[in-house]
Write a protein of this length. Structure first.
Length: 483
């Protein structure tokens, strides 16, 4: 027979890995990891401990049952060998039941491992089906052109942490899994934490005063805004809208408020602290105020009252953070006389030596107030303005801007010549009034009263009472049995 020159073509058929072989390959890689070895050693140790506990429990139970078994009492005449054989058989039967009951925990762990293996098998099956679909789509082109197939990157399997996460219990939709099963260790997640809103102390104080005085426009109500000056700020501070200042434990707060009936004003102030280290400062200022009230009287010179106040206040010293401070009177703040609808009627009561030699007269009303400080004893304008008051002596001033005219009408109708603040304008429904208010201040119709502060880091205190000089005595309006 002749030989043919045509060589037989050989076709190489790629080996398709089976699902089982792919699964075994992944399993071998996984079991070599340190996490699996630690997991396996932990499971084996737990199983052995459970087995030992089961055998001990079974032997202890059989021992009790053997002592109380009626068969043992009936067979008292049997031989020792037969009794031992019967007891041994009974121990074996009961031991198997106890061991099987205690081995439920290892069975659960084995079931979890089987679940992981099942997920691996299903994942391998899904990946195999996708690979087969891709090979079927590329098979025709490869046979015609003879080009080499591109090797596809194998997708990495899940880590041991991901597999444990997949087997963990999660809540269903709609919920059906008990909460205790979702958090078996008893550690529950925290809920949403929201901060408490800051309380509006100034508004609460003013609302209480309005309710007690039965506010009625200019006939009865508040005489001026409630002062809440803190620490080095001595006077004329009240929070504007949006102020987020919060009263703290180490703060010193001066509460200065006033009410009126038909323009008859009562002015009162006191100091609030939470930290007892400021008690001496408060005592010094309170003692100075009481001294001023004692010295006040008909035909008494105002400068003599100031000298007595200064002498008492400067006799006190306070120690703060290891430093000793002499309590100083704030020399550019003082008391004042009060008239109808006029908080400052013209006369001033100094709190230091010197000043006016004018004498007090019968029938006059005075606000005896003292301020003590650990700073320089001098205050200056600082911070944002909140107090305003219409000038008592202002005459007719022509106003061109309509919004300024409207704001002036609101002030005349609701406050007159009494002091007010921005919050009170907001309460009346006014908005976008700052430019109009500034215009009134520039024209001299309204006077701004900025907060008065000593140097930063210092602390100030205030006490104040309103007195009336009667023919036979002086009456303290702001201090009664309930003070």
């Amino acid at each position: 027979m002749g030989t043919s020159d045509t060589k037989s073509a050989t076709v190489s058929i790629p080996r398709v890995p089976t699902i089982e072989s792919d699964f075994r390959r992944r399993w071998r890689r996984w079991v070599k990891t340190e996490r699996f070895l630690a997991f396996r050693s932990h499971s084996v140790a737990l199983s052995r401990a459970n087995m030992a506990g089961a055998e001990e429990a079974a032997s202890f139970g059989n021992h009790l049952n053997g002592d109380l078994d009626p068969d043992d009492r009936e067979e008292g005449t049997s031989s020792t060998a037969e009794e031992a054989a019967k007891k041994k058989r009974r121990k074996k039967k009961k031991g198997k039941g106890a061991v099987s009951a205690v081995q439920q925990e290892p069975d659960k762990e084995a079931a979890s491992v089987d679940e992981v293996a099942g997920q691996l098998e299903r994942q391998a099956l899904d990946e195999k089906e996708r690979d087969d679909d891709d090979e079927d789509g590329d098979g025709d082109g490869d046979g015609a052109t003879g080009k080499k197939k591109k090797k596809k990157k194998k997708k990495k399997g899940h880590s041991i942490t991901e597999y444990l996460y997949l087997t963990a219990k999660v809540q269903t939709d709609p919920p059906s899994v008990p909460i205790c099963d979702l958090y078996p260790n008893g550690v529950f997640p925290k809920g949403q934490e929201c901060e408490y809103p800051p309380t509006q102390d100034g508004e609460k104080l003013e609302d209480c005063s309005r309710k007690l005085i039965k506010e009625n426009g200019l006939n009865a109500g508040l005489a001026f805004p409630t002062g809440c000056s803190l620490n080095n700020c001595a006077a004329h501070y009240t929070p504007n809208a949006g102020d987020t200042t919060v009263l703290q434990y180490d703060d010193i707060c001066k509460i200065d408020f006033g009410t009126h009936i038909s323009g008859r004003i009562i002015d009162c102030a006191f100091t609030v602290t939470f930290n007892p280290k400021y008690d001496i400062l408060l005592k010094a200022v309170k003692d100075a105020t009481n001294t001023g009230i004692k010295c006040a009287g008909i035909d008494v010179r105002l400068c003599d009252v100031g000298e007595a106040i200064q002498e008492v206040m400067e006799s006190y010293e306070i120690e703060l953070d290891g430093k000793t401070y002499q309590v100083k009177p704030i020399r550019n703040l003082n008391g004042h006389s009060i008239g109808p609808y006029r908080i400052h009627a013209g006369k001033t009561v100094p709190i230091v030596k010197g000043g006016e030699a004018t004498r007090m007269e019968e029938g006059e009303v005075y606000a005896i107030e003292t301020f003590g400080s650990t700073g320089k004893g001098v205050v200056h304008d600082d911070m944002e303005c909140s107090h305003y008051m219409k000038n008592f002596d202002v005459g007719h001033v022509p106003i061109r801007l309509p919004r300024t005219k409207h704001l002036l009408n609101v002030i005349n109708e609701n406050f007159g010549t009494l002091a007010f603040c921005r919050r009170w304008l907001d309460r009346l429904g006014e908005s976008k009034y700052l430019m109009a208010l500034k215009n009134l201040c520039d024209l001299g119709i309204v006077d701004p009263y900025l907060p008065l502060c000593d140097i930063k880091g210092s602390y100030t205190a205030q006490f104040e009472h309103t007195i009336l000089l009667r023919p036979t005595c002086k009456e303290v309006f702001s201090r009664g049995d309930d003070y």
